[in-house]
Design a protein around this ligand. Sequence first.
Ligand code: GLN
Length: 191
Amino acid sequence: MKIGVLDLQGAVLEHVRAVESAGAEAVRVKKVDHLAGLDGLIVPGGESTTMGRLMEEYGFLGPLRAMGESGFPIFGTCAGMIMLARDIAGSTQPRLGLMDITVQRNGFGRQRDSFETDLDIPALGNDPFRAVFIRAPYVSAVGPGVVEVLAALGDRIVLCRQGSLLASAFHPELTDDTRLHRYFLSLVSAG
Ligand code: GLN
């Protein structure tokens, strides 16, 4: 299995390592050409306005949107989650807009800019998942019947799936737990 990691900006190398330790080949994607032959793509964390601008500039938005619409698996983490969202509260910034979700950028507020917590993610088994949040967004609304909520902190959704599109508000590449990357690989092989 070949998984691309979008390499325009943000936390790329950690995802490459996580994909490899989850048992797949990782490819750094810097140009649209690099999407050919991939089985799935990770859109990393970073700064979503910068990433959106670069994706526009390098011509990624149209092709990737078309691929996502026809079932190509994409996993967006943090800023990557924002790129996948259809609605970004209070913003018209460029996005893929593939998932029927509304995100709130920097949704945990200044006092909780960065934090770690043990998340309950039933889809990954009984052991809690250590989740690192860095100026993280959260999902405030999902399209009913389309989006499956996989984890939440109170009423803030932090992990959800729509078909083979997966979005996490936190950074699963920053710990040694590869279960979420493996979960994404299972979506890739199921599709
Ligand atoms: N706060 C960033 C944004 O809004 C996301 C932060 C991250 O990816 N760690 O784009």
